[in-house]
Design a protein around this ligand. Structure first.
Ligand code: ARG
Length: 459
């Protein structure tokens, strides 16, 4: 028989290539702590169930704590044959405490074990991601508050549309990231369910107290169906989708800032700390941080779609295909964590030029306001839209700014234009006119800032 933990019925050897193909210790070792925490809880549960004596339980728990210490201090030695984190920890436990270690796995399977480890590990990472997100919202909101007076061109179709406050532009992203935070809190609830005690697929025959196990591990609930417990990876799919969505938000912000940092716009400058130079062109300062953020979004999408393809079409219950859920999640967590922190720092340190912002504002962005001027005198908007459009056309023909048309010019287009039309040619008035909730006037932007500030102060 083979010495492997499942070796009893085997006479032949595993092909070394198959061994390498099968192993997961190279990556699932990062869950060492979750694995040991789950095992300590399980020891207590089988003691309660009368499978191990209090003395054995004590020995097993202190042995497991010692294994944990070895991992934490970097002295844990992975040995050939440790195919996964479960095998490695149990092998080491038996070296430390002898045959009592052999009782640890009573009624347990690596199927409920891995499901438990993965949920515990992911849960700990979600806590970090939530922190990164709320601090990003905070950074954006604080910046919006300090720079509320700067007005920039707002774009639709990347064509000049209407002036908006720079803070209004920023807060769009603060609200997107706030929604990401709330979404993750909901996913968290579904991650935080206990599969421990489900066994291989059919349940536990020794009467272990699953509610006790769940409480020991800080899980919200027990998963009610053992097949569901060992094979549900919907929370993985949700997490990977969620991460992709966060990266879409980051990527869109990065794209805006890349455009705004070109010499052609000159609106913002990235801090040196988040830019790099060219090995050949001495003048270059490239927005590599932003480009990587945009690029990473593609990678995280790949992790999501790759996992979905693995997950689809699996027959009921555990299948080894499910081992393929780890690397995409580990890669996503690591890249998303750094992306959120880099985004935060880029926003906190970039420089915006108020002069460049002013220079980018052009009168054609006030054409809607010109139409609105006549609306306030009772003319139907459909008509005033046309009148203003003809004013734009006239200015284009004359090769002048809209505001350079004389009152007489405007009156040829509509008799209700009067001297006070000159108030239209003011970007401050334009943004201040947007007073309804959600608009870009100072009041409205301050209201957004206080909503977000109250939110992150309440966390
Ligand atoms: N490494 C495996 C995984 O990630 C652990 C569970 C193995 N279960 C089994 N029956 N071979 O899914």
């Amino acid at each position: 028989a083979s010495k492997k933990l499942w070796g009893g019925r085997f006479t032949g050897k595993t092909d070394p290539l198959m061994e390498a193909f099968d192993q997961s210790i190279n990556y699932d070792r990062i869950m060492y702590k979750a694995d040991i925490t789950g095992s300590i809880a399980y020891v207590k549960a089988i003691q309660k169930a009368g499978i191990v004596t209090p003395e054995e339980s004590e020995l097993m728990q202190s042995g497991l704590s010692q294994v944990l210490q070895e991992w934490e201090s970097g002295s844990f030695q992975v040995k050939p044959g440790d195919e996964d984190i479960h095998t490695a920890n149990e092998r080491r436990l038996s070296e430390l405490i002898g045959s009592a270690a052999g009782k640890l796995h009573t009624g347990r399977s690596r199927n409920d074990q891995i499901a438990t480890d993965f949920r515990l590990w992911l849960r700990s990472q979600l806590d970090l991601l939530l922190q990164y997100l709320s601090s990003l919202v905070k950074t954006i909101t604080e910046r919006a508050s300090v720079e509320i007076d700067i007005i920039i061109p707002g774009y639709t179709h990347l064509q000049r549309a209407q002036p908006v406050r720079w803070s209004h532009f920023l807060l769009n992203y603060a609200f997107l990231f706030q929604a990401d935070y709330k979404r993750l809190q909901q996913i968290y609830e579904r991650v935080n369910q206990s599969p421990l005690g489900c066994g291989a697929l059919a349940g536990n025959p020794f009467g272990v107290d699953r509610e006790f196990l769940a409480a020991e591990l800080g899980f919200e609930n027990v998963i009610q169906n053992s097949i569901h417990g060992v094979s549900d990876r919907d929370y993985v799919a949700e997490f990977l989708f969620w991460s992709s969505l966060v990266m879409i938000h980051i990527s869109r912000l990065a794209e805006d800032l890349i455009i705004y940092s070109t010499a052609e716009f000159g609106l913002i400058k990235l801090a040196d700390a988040y830019s790099t130079g060219s090995s050949i062109m001495p003048q270059k300062k490239n927005p590599d941080s932003l480009e990587l953020l945009r690029g990473k979004s593609g990678r995280l999408f790949g992790n999501m779609s790759g996992f979905m393809m693995t997950y689809k079409g699996l027959p009921t219950s555990y299948n080894k295909d499910l081992q393929e859920d780890k690397e995409p999640v580990f890669d996503t967590v690591s890249n998303l964590s750094s992306s959120l922190q880099i985004t935060n720092s880029v926003i906190a340190t970039l420089h915006i030029s108020p002069d460049a912002a002013k220079a980018l504002l052009t009168d054609d962005m006030l054409a809607t306001d010109l139409a609105d001027y006549l609306v306030r005198k009772g003319v139907p908007f459909r008509e005033t839209h046309h009148v203003s459009g003809r004013a734009v056309q006239l200015a284009e023909q004359r090769n002048c700014q809209l505001s350079q048309l004389t009152l007489a010019d405007l009156q040829t287009l509509h008799p209700l234009f009067e001297k006070d039309v000159e108030n239209v040619w003011n970007f401050e008035n334009c943004v201040e006119n947007r007073q309804s909730t959600g608009g870009t006037s100072k009041n409205c932007v301050n209201k957004q800032i206080s909503i977000l500030t109250n939110w992150f102060n309440s966390l």
